[in-house]
Design a protein around this ligand. Structure first.
Ligand code: KPL
Length: 306
């Protein structure tokens, strides 16, 4: 039977594990022990219990397991490389990796160093944890898969087919780099502001935040143009990014953004993966990024107090 390893038992990792487990052998690898009896609550509110194989990297090392067909890395962006390093000695170098991180930090770095195929995934599946044994699948959304150099289209198709069978709505695409940057742009405009102000996404519709959102989007739009990334609508108008950001704010008005959840839990945020690549790109292209730098510094100061 095909085996998939999932590195990182967070919300997306456990949703993936619950979804794939009826079809393939799944091993979830984390930093601490978790109960094997795991409950998934579906978007319709139905609770489904499954016994999953959850191991620490140390337990896996004593297990001499079969090489997996895919290793999904579902940790936060800044933890992805360390997670891979914790199991790399047990993997044939040709093992395909699937990176599920936000932003554009882990993807180019791992893509440069891992000898095997590296697929990247971007998903709008909504999920959150309810404890060591529970995950809620809050909302369904599409998943896109591909590799940064477009050399592994067949592999992406194979994985998309397996994920579709597992209930994900997955599509293999040839423009994953564009899609990762598009998601990053939206995350950069929403996540830092809501995280710093302790508000849900919908609050950004209020007049008090309008100027701030626009200032961030203006900088992001210029950077993405320099990176040759068009808004998903395909329109090159300056306000296309603002329209997209406003749309996502309206669609996710009741959400607590992932960065706000990190701040509330006093965890390091993904600022390095979301704001970091934008600020680095602005510097490369000689563009101003005062609003983005101010957000990054404010988040850094907040994290320093955790
Ligand atoms: O992706 C998100 C996140 O929370 O990280 C947004 C789009 C901001 C929705 O909450």
């Amino acid at each position: 039977m095909t085996t998939h390893w999932i590195l990182g038992p967070g919300a997306i990792g456990r949703l993936l594990a619950h979804s794939l487990a009826p079809l393939v052998e799944v091993v979830v690898i984390g930093r601490r022990e978790l109960p094997s009896r795991q409950v998934l609550t579906t978007p319709e509110g139905e609770a489904r219990t499954q016994h999953l194989t959850l191991l620490t990297a140390a337990q896996l090392a004593t297990d001499t397991p079969e090489p997996p067909a895919f290793v999904h890395i579902t940790t936060k962006a800044m933890a992805a490389e360390a997670a891979l390093a914790s199991v790399a000695s047990q993997l044939p170098p040709s093992t395909p990796l699937v990176l599920w991180q936000n932003g554009f930090y882990a993807q180019p770095r791992i893509n440069q160093t891992w000898p095997g195929p590296v697929l990247c995934a971007t998903t709008t599946q909504g999920a959150y944890l309810t404890g060591d044994d529970g995950v809620v699948h809050a909302g369904r959304g599409p998943t896109f898969l591909g590799d940064l150099e477009n050399q592994h289209a067949a592999l992406a198709e194979t994985l998309a087919a397996q994920l579709n069978e597992a209930g994900f709505s997955a599509t293999a695409v040839s423009d994953i780099r564009q899609r990762l940057w598009q998601k990053l742009a939206v995350n950069a405009a929403i996540n830092p502001l809501v995280a710093l102000n302790g508000v849900r996404n919908g609050a950004l519709q209020e007049a008090a935040y309008a100027g701030h959102v626009e200032a961030v989007v203006t900088e992001v739009a210029a950077i993405l143009q320099a990176e040759d990334i068009a808004p998903p609508s395909g329109e090159q108008r300056d306000d296309a990014w603002l329209a997209l950001v406003r749309q996502v704010i309206a669609n996710t008005a009741h959400n607590k953004a992932s960065m706000l959840q990190d701040v509330e839990a006093k965890r390091p945020t993904e600022r390095g993966a979301i704001l970091g690549p934008l600020i680095a790109s602005a510097e490369r292209h000689g563009l101003t990024c005062e609003a983005l730098t101010a957000l990054d510094s404010a988040l850094a100061a907040l994290e320093a107090r955790f």
